[in-house]
Design a protein. Structure first.
Length: 314
């Protein structure tokens, strides 16, 4: 009864396997969560490929689980807000929190919130980080008003699809960049125009966008700037690819931002759930894999034609 299944990743051979390890014991401020479903993220794929060496070293001190930081599950111990038996959604600190590709994890209570029964496990897991990231962009970094124009690069991925949904709900005119095979699906998320990247340029003469969201970090502020409106904003998922953008943006009206969220809080998670209940954010699920088939999940994540999130059922 004190053992659990967990995913162990071989960062040398880039493979994974399920092992049996002792169940963790929560310390002060932490709650034991029985994980139902998690998701695969870019960081997980990079860790499996041998990346994030300094973070992996820290994860190894805590145990063999090196991947997974967002989850839906059931609390098995009490906290100050959360009670045992409640279903919870959340994610751990990206750089130094526990990893959750395991049957159980001890998670800081500040990183989770209880969810209603109307939000199913897979739907909740599909929403967590990518939905929160889209909210961060569209509600904090650059809120849009009806009629404004938004370009979403990587619109068939998790962040991209939720950004399309959220921007469209605000009355913005959304142009989406994605694979031709996903064009119809992205249009169903609310895009006004879809440009398949195989056959059409990312930017066109005369484009003026109030927001350009580059989810896969394929563009740059310098490249995007001529196609921004006078006070437009360019947001990338990876600022390290374009550090000069922040310097250039400091000397003009056009702005550069980035969308990595290292940690969440109950208020942000509650906002995510509220937008789901209002029908604004609709979970996008590409595929669901059992943890015993995790390598297939990692490989699916790297497929450019996927639609939405790749999930792991624990």
């Amino acid at each position: 009864m004190n053992a659990m299944r967990a995913l162990a990743v071989d960062t040398v051979n880039h493979r994974s396997r399920v092992i049996e390890v002792p169940r963790p014991v929560p310390g002060p401020g932490r709650i034991l969560v029985q994980i139902a479903v998690s998701a695969v993220n870019e960081m997980d794929v990079q860790v499996r490929a041998g990346g994030w060496a300094s973070q992996v070293k820290g994860f190894r001190r805590a145990g063999p689980v090196l991947t997974g930081f967002e989850f839906v599950g059931t609390a098995r111990t009490d906290g100050a807000r959360i009670r045992a038996g409640q279903r919870v959604i959340g994610y751990c600190h990206v750089l130094n929190g526990p990893r959750v590709h395991a049957e159980f994890a001890c998670v800081d209570e500040r990183d989770m919130v209880a969810i209603p029964d109307t939000l199913g496990d897979e739907a909740a897991a599909a929403l967590v980080v990518m939905g929160l990231t889209a909210i961060e962009v569209l509600e904090r970094i650059r809120p849009l008003t009806p009629g404004q124009r938004c370009l979403v690069i990587g619109a068939a991925g998790g962040v991209g699809a939720y950004a399309v949904q959220l921007a469209a709900s605000r009355g913005a005119r959304v142009t989406a960049i994605c694979s031709a095979v996903n064009a119809d699906w992205v249009g169903m998320q609310g895009a006004t125009e879809v440009r398949p990247y195989e056959t059409e340029p990312r930017y066109r003469k005369g484009d003026r966008f109030d927001l350009i969201l580059d989810a896969p970090a394929k563009s740059s502020f310098a490249e995007a700037s001529p196609y921004l409106s006078r006070d437009g904003t360019f947001v990338s998922s990876n600022p390290t690819h374009d550090l000069g953008a922040f310097v250039r943006a400091a000397f003009g009206r056009k702005r550069a931002g980035w969308l990595m969220m290292l940690r969440t809080d109950p208020a942000k998670l509650a906002r995510l759930v509220a937008l789901y209940e209002a029908g604004v954010l609709k979970p996008v699920i590409d595929s669901v894999f059992d943890v015993s088939n995790a390598d297939a999940a990692f490989e699916r994540f790297e497929t450019r034609a996927k639609q939405g999130r790749v999930l792991l059922r624990l």
